[in-house]
Design a protein around this ligand. Structure first.
Ligand SMILES: Cc1cc2nc3c(=O)[nH]c(=O)nc-3n(C[C@H](O)[C@H](O)[C@H](O)COP(=O)(O)OP(=O)(O)OC[C@H]3O[C@@H](n4cnc5c(N)ncnc54)[C@H](O)[C@@H]3O)c2cc1C
Length: 407
């Protein structure tokens, strides 16, 4: 890095983590180039919730994605049995109000559009599949499948669950399957008893369903069914899904009925054992590349956004320029505890919620009915509060670099 020149970051992947990195890093004066393997920027289908903590994190850099206008803020969150009878009315909205930022459900293309607006003139180079990288004392060079190379001061792997950057750092790893398939759909939908901003989860035996208002007359839904990978359920055929939810609450059957086959997808639900350190030299990871988690807490995208913000704040500290590698280790240290907790909690909750068989189902529903509201509120508050950079100002000490320390 030439004296006086801005730091140049290469970001691999233009998903939620990569685009948030571009938006966050440019705010602190880092030059960013994003490289994406897709040949066009089209966020794959469906929708998601962007939780309050992500909005709070972005606000620390003056970024407001205006999500409440693009989607629908969560106003109520209930858990029901498969017939639609109430198990628990969750104190979710109260917690959002307390932390002072809404949690918003919106379509992925709408979120992508909002993030792209914030990346400004940072280039997003498409059709660029990263295949590996080499780092030296002066920076890092990334290689792409078409023979191109890019050179920067640091490299951020935001390339998702099957991250090439992560594999290059730690070698091949096994993933952990959740034991169920996840079906997704998004459709214009109205139904008499559904109130604006409602999130409803329905629990059956080895099967669940989520029905979520994403605003502008549209609903997003997801269904899970315990099954082994590669079983016929994986085709995401509407007939299969209709059959699986026969006898469930009327609105569940109605929204499936209203969804055309082309608006339905089947996706794997998996995570990985938590990686203790996810960087080396001028290279680090954000989002699913760093800490893939199951979807139960709906916090994975928010964690990618928090990562990007904490990375930007860390690189903005005066000492960062003197030792970028140390700044990246500091960022990882600041994110480790929170992201590890999310990976673990998502997995524990997933096993609990997906309970199979009438006895386990009864135990699950009864236990959940009995959990006091203040206990749930405390849990939500922990997740929905952006902790900032824990120990901000404190930096990790330089240690000899060794891949062995990644585990
Ligand atoms: C069913 C489901 C529901 C979910 N619901 C929620 C929710 O409600 N709330 C929430 O917070 N999270 C949710 N998530 C999780 C969330 O979608 C992910 O955590 C988030 O998208 C991760 O973002 P990312 O940028 O890390 O990775 P990705 O979104 O996977 O982006 C990675 C990008 O990198 C690109 N790429 C990959 N390899 C390369 C390469 N070699 N070279 C160049 N580019 C490459 C990919 O094309 C992609 O664009 C859900 C996930 C699923 C599956």
């Amino acid at each position: 890095m030439a004296p006086g020149c801005p730091v140049k970051a290469l970001v691999i992947g233009a998903g939620i983590g990569g685009l948030t990195c571009a938006a966050a890093l440019r705010r602190v004066g880092v030059d960013v180039e994003v490289y994406e393997r897709a040949t066009e920027l089209r966020a794959a289908g469906s929708a998601l919730a962007v939780m309050s903590n992500a909005a709070t994190a972005l606000a620390t850099l003056g970024i407001d994605l205006g999500l409440d206008k693009r989607g629908q803020a969560i106003e109520s969150y209930t858990v029901r049995d498969f017939r639609g009878r109430l198990i628990k009315d969750l104190p979710f909205k109260e917690v959002c109000d307390t932390v002072g930022a809404p949690s918003v459900c919106l379509s992925r293309p709408d979120l992508q559009e909002a993030l792209l607006e914030e990346t400004g003139d940072s280039p997003v180079r498409l059709g660029a599949t990263a295949t590996g990288f080499e780092s030296d004392g002066a920076g890092v060079t990334v290689r792409f499948a078409d023979g191109r190379c890019a050179r920067g001061d640091l490299l951020v792997g935001a390339d998702g669950f099957d991250s090439v950057v992560r594999r290059h750092l730690v070698g091949p790893e096994a993933s952990r399957d959740s034991g169920y398939v996840c079906w997704l759909g998004m459709v214009p939908f109205r139904y008499p008893h559904l109130t604006p901003g409602s999130v409803r989860h329905y629990w059956g035996s080895g099967q669940r369903f989520g029905l979520i208002d994403i605003g502008h007359g549209r609903y997003y839904w997801w269904g899970t069914k315990s099954t082994t990978a590669g079983s016929p359920d994986w085709d995401g055929a509407k007939d299969t899904i209709t059959k699986a939810y026969t006898g469930w609450a009327d609105e569940v059957q109605a929204v499936i009925e209203a969804t055309p086959q082309e608006a339905i997808r089947a996706v794997a639900s998996r995570d990985r054992p938590f990686l203790q350190r996810w960087g080396e030299g001028p290279v680090t990871l954000v989002g699913d590349a760093a800490h893939p988690m199951l979807t139960t807490l709906a916090q994975a995208a928010a964690m990618a956004m928090e990562d990007a913000v904490v990375l930007a704040h860390t690189l903005a500290e005066p000492a960062a320029r003197d030792d970028l590698a140390l700044a990246l280790r500091t960022y990882e240290e600041r994110r480790r505890k929170r992201t590890r907790a999310m990976v673990t909690e998502s997995r524990v909750l997933s096993d609990f919620e997906q309970a199979t068989g009438p006895v386990w189902g009864l135990i699950r529903d009864t236990c959940f009915r009995l959990v006091p509201r203040h206990v749930l509120a405390r849990r939500f508050a922990r997740a929905l509060t952006f902790p900032g950079s824990p120990d901000a100002g404190r930096r990790v000490k330089r240690r000899p670099s060794s891949l062995a320390r990644l585990w």
